[in-house]
Design a protein around this ligand. Structure first.
Ligand code: PMP
Length: 390
């Protein structure tokens, strides 16, 4: 009152309504969302503490228990993308001075090293050439030597296209007082995951890949051992926003519910539907569909003379496929042609694989034969235009 306000800065607004081209997203993510998931996002908003919204949160947690294959009640969505899930697990499970052994065979391991160091961890960077998975022996040697608080591994390394086998690691970690933390951002729902049976302690994932929802909700799981560690901490987690004591309390982990932040109402409607779709199809059918389309893709690529970047067939990730760029081929021109001519996204490499590979995602709603045919057509056309195919 009485204050003389300055002149308002002008804003004319865009001159047209929002214009979004339709694209088939066959890169490493985001992948296209299922129409039923998108439709759920248009439903009316509820308050984030309204009982009907709590019912939806409960349904999400049941869906997450299924997709993680766990009976642990400690599942929730972090409000954020995969990185927020990554940061949540690290800030909560690693106390300053704790040792974390990081399986680092691509960009995600590098980022976990960076993040864990920011939270005061003693980081053991277990580096491995991109394109190769860790053997049980290598991991066993590192865990028995360092007896870390946490062992990090990426199940689906999307920068290199490597699938990390997790067999036997749960017992190894338990025997050494270590929590087993796994990144499943681009693998969850597309390849087997048995959190309880495999003895995994913490998992984070992403909404925008195999689960076929928009980006913004990071599925998270903790085992009882991980929650015990959280409860036994001597210091508070370094992030308030991602403190699982508080976020977990909003999701009803500890009996009651209290406000921590405003749940991402529309995003969680989407995840509720995305997980319902997983339940309707069944995990076994989903895994088989991804395997089938992976084989479909490679039958076509092999005919064109293209080769997988990951040498060991047992280590090839089926949800993000890495394809060697042949000597002398302009990978970026092929990517551009796919987008300009076919409206199909094919990606180049990331981190250690830039310029060395193309990446084709086969994820969720997009894992369908007609989409693979379009990707193959885009490769054929791109190679022809560079004189590599008749
Ligand atoms: N981990 C993996 C394996 C990923 O593929 C990605 C996303 N490409 C991330 C973590 C990070 O997720 P976001 O981009 O959703 O933060």
């Amino acid at each position: 009152p009485g204050e003389v306000l300055p002149e308002i800065l002008p804003y004319a607004g865009p001159s047209t309504v929002i214009d979004v081209p339709s694209r088939l997203l066959m890169g490493p993510g985001p992948a296209n969302s299922h129409p039923r998931v998108l439709a759920a996002q248009t439903l009316p908003l509820l308050g984030h503490m309204h009982p009907p919204f709590f019912k939806i949160m409960n349904e999400i947690q049941e869906g997450l228990q299924y997709v993680f294959q766990t009976s642990s009640k400690y599942t929730l969505l972090i409000s954020g993308t995969g990185h927020a899930g990554m940061e949540a697990t690290i800030t909560n499970l690693v106390e300053p001075g704790d040792t974390i052994v990081v399986g680092n065979n691509g960009i995600w391991g590098s980022r976990v090293c960076d993040m864990a160091a920011r939270y005061g961890a003693n980081v053991v960077n277990l580096e491995k050439e991109a394109g190769k998975a860790f053997s049980f022996e290598e991991l066993s040697q590192a865990v028995t030597q360092h007896k870390p608080a946490v062992l990090f591994l990426c199940q689906g390394e999307s920068s290199s296209g490597v699938h990390q086998n997790l067999a036997g690691l749960g017992k190894l970690c338990k025997d050494n007082g270590t929590l087993l933390l796994v990144d499943t951002v681009c693998s969850l729902g597309g390849v087997p995951m048995f959190a309880d049976n495999w003895g995994i302690d913490a998992i984070y994932s992403g909404s925008q890949k195999v689960l076929a929802a928009p980006p913004g909700g990071a599925p998270l799981f903790l085992s009882q051992r991980a929650v015990d560690k959280l409860k036994a901490r001597k210091t508070k987690p370094g992030s308030y926003n991602l403190d699982l004591n508080l976020v977990g309390d909003y999701w009803g982990w500890f009996g009651s519910r209290s406000y921590h932040h405003t749940g991402m109402v529309s995003m969680w409607y989407a995840m509720r539907e995305a997980l319902a779709l997983v339940g309707e199809e069944g995990l076994d059918a989903m895994w088989a569909r991804h395997q089938r389309e992976h084989e479909h893709l490679w039958a076509g690529l092999t005919e064109m003379g293209l080769e997988p970047f990951v040498e060991n067939p047992d280590e090839r990730l089926i949800t993000v496929n890495t394809i060697k760029v042949p000597e002398g081929v302009d990978w970026a021109a092929l990517v551009k042609n796919a987008m300009d001519t076919y409206s199909v996204e094919i990606a180049g490499g990331l981190g250690p694989t830039v310029g060395r590979v193309w990446r084709v995602g086969i994820m969720g709603y997009n894992a369908q034969p007609q989409n693979i045919e379009l990707v193959l057509a885009a490769f054929r056309d791109g190679l022809r235009k560079q004189g590599r195919l008749p």
